[in-house]
Write a protein that binds this ligand. Sequence first.
Ligand code: ZN
Length: 70
Amino acid sequence: MASYRLNLNQQSNGDYEVHKDDCDYYPKQNYDELGTFSSCTPAVDEAKRKYPFLNRINGCYWCSLSCHTT
Ligand SMILES: [Zn+2]
């Protein structure tokens, strides 16, 4: 299990990224704590549930590659 955060700073490609706690890019400011999950899939689902108006939520390439779709 790992804790996941959604970076609320939009990336240059328009995505909002979900990060795992051991990621080099784990957000330290302007983030939302999503909770503790077994993988990035439910973490991204939770981010999409909480932020339905952010239509480009994606997993981070470095820590959540299996959830990275762009
Ligand atoms: Zn990451």
